[in-house]
Ligand binder design. Sequence first.
Ligand code: THU
Length: 162
Amino acid sequence: MARKKIIKLILNEYAGPEELSDEDQKLLIEAMHAGSHAYSPYSDFPVGAALRLDTGEIIRGNNRENASFPVSICAEHTAVACAGANYPESVITTIAICARKGKDFTDMPVSPCGKCRQVLSEEEDRAGRKIRVILYGKSRIYVIDGIENLLPLRFSSSALRT
Ligand code: THU
């Protein structure tokens, strides 16, 4: 007989940025700035991401769309690639993400797409350290400790070794 297993996802919910630490608020503001330079003429859905490295350095990313739609790259992926290329010795501690629908930020937090979750999961494995994820929405903010809370049963390099 099948045994039902329940996987729990834990997230911390906040009513607004004023409830976050100064460090997290700063990162969120960086993500907002990053989003204002997104290139998203096809979706009109600019996304901003800002990640903090263990050195304290902050790296911005935004979505870069393309007339050939699948060529587009998400904000989180841009930021992770930029960090890996420019700060190869550093590891990511926190990433903040926000999106605008038209001119205004989304009401609810926008969660990273499946591909970006996988990208962040690889960074965690590479560094041997969990990444905190701050997801901003005007009416609430989620803070998630570790990608396992976004991507349960994730695929990782351990599968390649078995
Ligand atoms: N997008 C991101 O940048 N990050 C996500 O996690 C979700 C989606 C972008 C991709 C595309 O440019 C636009 O949002 C609409 O899907």
